[in-house]
Write a protein that binds this ligand. Structure first.
Ligand code: HEC
Length: 178
């Protein structure tokens, strides 16, 4: 079984177990990828059928995102100005984001596909950004950012997600077929 297959399996398991109650920091386990020496050489043959079921990211799957380059560019600017200070320049957050602070709040989580921002549909992300989380320390952006700015920043956030994550999100969360 390939490391990639295991990774996706645990992501799916995390998806099921993850987003439980909003008051628990339910975060799917994000396994560290196995060192590349563990991967069988391309000629090994034994794991070919597993790999065939889960194609490696290809230009085709990246193109399938169909994200508008203008929105990505505009969203990146909105993000850099309003969100990067808390969530990190590339949505990576701070390494201590799982640790509850003295005030009972958690630091801003990553948005890059390593936490669970990607467990939310576009409509839910939009609502979360609009309403914020008064108890959790996320500002409400309604009235501060236009509809277009909120829409574009979500498009930019989606560019941060690895192909595997995006594919699962697209089918399981957004409920779309290719
Ligand atoms: C002052 C710091 C701060 C700023 C600025 C900020 N956020 Fe957040 N954000 C947070 C915190 C803290 C949370 C976690 C809230 C909670 O746990 O209730 C959060 C949560 C989120 C979530 C939900 C993540 C998840 O895993 O479910 C999204 C999406 C998000 N922020 C997007 C944004 C966007 C987009 C911007 C810029 C427009 C932004 N944030 C600006 C602090 C911030």
């Amino acid at each position: 079984m390939s490391a990639r297959y295991l990774l996706v399996l645990s992501i799916v398991a995390g998806l099921v177990a993850g987003c439980g109650k909003s008051d628990t920091p339910a975060v799917p386990p994000v396994p560290t990828p196995a060192p590349s020496v563990a991967a069988p050489p391309p000629s090994a043959g034994a794991s070919v059928s597993v790999n065939a079921a889960l194609p490696a990211p290809s230009p085709e799957s990246i193109a399938a995102r169909k994200l508008d380059p203008e929105k990505i560019k505009h969203g990146a600017a909105v993000y850099g100005k309003n969100c990067a200070s808390c969530h990190g320049p590339n949505g990576e957050a701070m390494t201590n984001w799982r640790e509850q602070g003295a005030d009972g709040r958690y630091p801003p989580p990553p948005l890059d596909g390593s936490a669970h921002a990607w467990h939310h549909s576009t409509a839910t992300l939009e609502r979360m950004i609009r309403e914020g989380s008064p108890d959790g320390g996320m500002p409400a952006w309604n009235g501060k950012l236009s509809d277009q700015e909120i829409g574009d920043v979500i498009v930019w956030i989606k560019t941060l997600w690895p192909d595997e994550i995006y594919d699962i999100w697209y089918k399981e969360i957004e409920g779309k077929q290719k």
